[in-house]
Design a binder for this molecule. Structure first.
Ligand SMILES: Nc1ncnc2c1ncn2[C@@H]1O[C@H](COP(=O)(O)OP(=O)(O)OP(=O)(O)O)[C@@H](O)[C@H]1O
Ligand SMILES: O=P(O)(O)OC[C@H]1O[C@H](OP(=O)(O)OP(=O)(O)O)[C@H](O)[C@@H]1O
Ligand SMILES: [Mg+2]
Length: 287
């Protein structure tokens, strides 16, 4: 039975369970449940703190887990990324007070030398600064609400998860330097261990959900002499399916296109003479 760790709280918890449910697995109804067996699919779920998922996977106590790339790297656990899951995307960045009237502002990474940095991801920060030869005065570990640390006087700079930037702005902070890391939810497994039985099925199922989320199905009709132009716009994941229209010699095309580009592609297809362009959501897929 494949043992899968899933975050029990926080930003990753609901979308992780949602993805597993879409992939056909049982998920808990009550957030206090800590273990859930799904014998039909030969898997067992362990609901653990997001930070602890990599620790359990790294020691082999569970076979695989869902966590954030940032959390996995910060944990130092003996685990590797098996599959990017495409949700909980964020950046991990430095930020400091900004604006006119600051006597000695921090505006670039080298300015961190001699200052105090607060973060929940102190291993990531220490590694990043060490690599650049920058010595901070201190790296202060906080559990959360790191954005408040500067105002409250325990740090001069923070390194934290940024998605929309709303939390930073509310705290009067501004990012500086390049992102330390781009993160998303990932499925992880132990580094050197043999692939556990059942992981291939879980992987295909999750990939199926990701594809169904990222792509739509597009159908259109195009005059035969413009087919090549249309296919150049919609090359598909592998290749489009082209058939003959029944009452004319126009071509009917069915192809997968990235959901985010749907309208741009429809405009471009229209310009090369395609009509009856219809977009359909993909409910499930196995590529
Ligand atoms: N606003 C956000 N947008 C996208 N991803 C986020 C956001 N906040 C956190 N994450 C991601 O979620 C993971 C951390 O989750 P979360 O913040 O729930 O854990 P935690 O801070 O350790 O736990 P908690 O805050 O519940 O004590 C990281 O991978 C992080 O990149
Ligand atoms: O850029 P934004 O869209 O504002 O999102 C980023 C914020 O979301 C997370 O906080 P969370 O809610 O997990 O609280 P925490 O800091 O207490 O962990 C993260 O730690 C940032 O504070
Ligand atoms: Mg958090």
């Amino acid at each position: 039975m494949l043992r899968i760790a899933v975050p029990n709280k926080g930003a990753l918890s609901a979308p992780a369970s949602e993805m597993l449910r879409e992939a056909g697995y049982r998920q808990r109804r009550d957030t206090r449940e800590l273990v859930l067996a799904d014998p039909e699919n030969d898997v067992e779920f362990f609901f653990l703190r997001p930070r602890d998922v990599a620790v359990y996977v790294g020691t082999g106590t569970v076979d695989v887990g869902i966590t954030g790339r940032d959390l996995m790297l910060d944990s130092g656990a003996d685990a590797v990324e098996h599959l990017g899951l495409g949700f909980a995307r964020s950046t991990f960045r430095y930020a400091a007070p900004a604006g006119p009237g600051l006597s000695d502002p921090v505006t670039q990474v080298s300015d961190i030398a001699g200052r105090r940095v607060a973060s929940s991801y102190t291993t990531l920060v220490a590694q990043h600064l060490a690599k650049q030869g920058i010595e901070p005065a201190a790296i202060v570990h906080l559990d959360g609400a790191v954005e408040s640390s500067v105002r409250l006087g325990v740090a001069d700079v923070i390194a934290d998860v940024v998605e929309t930037g709303t939390t930073l702005r509310a705290a009067g902070l501004e990012v500086f330097g390049d992102p330390i890391l781009r993160s998303e939810a990932v499925l992880i497994r132990q580094s050197e261990a043999e692939q556990p039985a059942g992981l291939d099925i879980l992987t295909r199922r999750l990939e199926g959900v990701i594809t169904a989320r990222e792509y739509v199905l597009m159908d259109y009709v195009v005059p035969a002499d413009r087919l090549e132009e249309a296919v150049a716009i919609t090359p598909g994941k592998e290749s489009p399916t082209v058939s003959l229209q029944h009452h004319s010699d126009a071509r009917a095309v069915r192809v997968m296109v990235p959901r985010s580009a749907t309208n741009r592609i429809m405009d471009a297809l229209y310009d090369v003479g395609a009509r009856a362009i219809i977009v359909t959501s993909i409910h499930a897929s196995r590529m």
